[in-house]
Ligand binder design. Structure first.
Ligand code: UFG
Length: 334
């Protein structure tokens, strides 16, 4: 039987490439649409590749028709919280306006299933932690706001077009890499804690900055819910299955429900790497929330999601293997 094609926007990026791997593994054919602005062609190991922008209506429509696509997983977005504070126009354009154009093209071309990469940043500074999906969306940075806009758009569209259903997955802090180091993060300018910690251990940076030591948390550093990329990827496959079977729109948190502080991550990274790298306390980073931890009961009960890698050391080990491989490859290219 021919594989069903699924459009994966941003499939050349970190999360999209892992999901494309799993789609292929489950018998789908991922059709990756990516403009390679932050993604990388080398990450597209499975399915087909289309170079282009999500706001290019004719290209997206042509791709949907050509591949007879009914399901879309939309990753393509800008994702750096701090950058969004200094470049809000870019974030609203990419994450809200271009997402709007994509959704419009999807509606015009009879897309039935739409999985959307949302974020814990929609909650801002939650009153209650772990934060449930029902908590109010009061984002504190343009990144979170730009994603709220798209969630609202999807909600309205799903009411007006009864054949269209979506699932918004609100990611907490995605980390780690493919267990065999085939895929991982390779942003040109990394900003995420774990990547920077490991690159500091590799000697790429002289020190790691710890942003904020005066948060109202047990050790004063910010707390996040780190989820392994493979568990997050599995949630997308379950979401797609749910949309196909249940034909209902939903919103789910994606996290383990376990908070780890920046200081804990640094200690674990030192243990995994065996390198006692320098970490220096600095001022808080603009736009950061003190604590973001998921209440993840809903995705477990509704989608049957069972996380397999809720282990900070394992998460760091997979990222460490990947970072070492990347460094070797960079050396060979020089
Ligand atoms: N941090 C440091 N030093 C660094 C980098 C980060 O102390 O060099 C701290 C940050 O201040 C923050 C924590 O580590 O407290 C995690 O920061 P990341 O940059 O790794 O991730 P964010 O929490 O800022 O954002 C990530 C994703 C967002 C998502 C959010 C949800 O990038 O897309 O998680 O929790 F919305």
């Amino acid at each position: 039987m021919a594989r069903e094609n699924i459009l994966v926007t941003g499939g050349a990026g970190y999360i999209g490439s892992h999901v494309a791997r799993d789609l292929y593994g489950k018998g789908f054919n991922p059709v990756v649409l990516d403009n390679l602005s932050t993604g990388c062609r080398d990450n597209v190991l499975y399915g087909d590749f289309v170079l282009g922008n999500i706001n290019d209506g004719p290209l997206v429509a042509r791709t949907i028709r050509e591949y007879n696509i009914r399901g879309v997983i939309h990753f393509a977005a800008s994702i750096v919280v701090e950058e969004s504070v200094s470049r809000p126009l870019e974030y609203y354009e990419n994450n809200s306006l271009n997402a709007f154009r994509l959704v419009k093209t999807c509606i015009e071309n009879d897309i039935r299933e739409f999985v959307f990469s949302s974020t814990a940043a929609v909650y801002g500074i939650p009153e209650k932690v772990p934060v449930p999906e029902t908590a109010p969306m009061i984002p504190i940075n343009p990144y979170g706001k730009s994603k709220v806009v798209t969630e609202m758009l999807l909600q309205d569209v799903s009411v007006a077009y009864p054949g269209f259903h979506y699932i918004a997955l609100r990611y907490f802090n995605v980390a780690g890499a493919d267990g065999e180091a085939r895929l991982g993060q390779n942003y040109r300018k990394p900003t995420h804690l774990m990547t920077l910690a490991l690159r500091t251990a590799l000697g790429d940076y002289p020190e790691l900055k710890i942003f904020g030591r005066d948060y109202p948390t047990p050790d004063g550093t910010a707390v996040r819910d780190y989820i392994h990329i493979d568990d997050l990827s599995a949630a997308h496959l379950l979401a797609l299955g749910y949309l196909k079977n249940e034909k209902k729109s939903r919103v789910f948190n994606c996290g383990y429900g376990v908070g780890r502080s920046v200081a804990e991550v640094v200690a674990a990274a030192r243990e995994v790497t065996g390198v006692d790298f320098r970490a220096v306390p600095c001022d808080r980073r603009p736009g950061d929330a003190p604590e973001l931890v998921a209440d993840s009961r809903l995705i477990r009960t509704e989608l049957g999601w069972i996380p397999r890698f809720n282990d900070l050391h394992y998460i760091i080990e997979t990222a460490w293997k990947w970072e070492k491989k990347l460094k070797e490859e960079r050396k060979v290219r020089k």
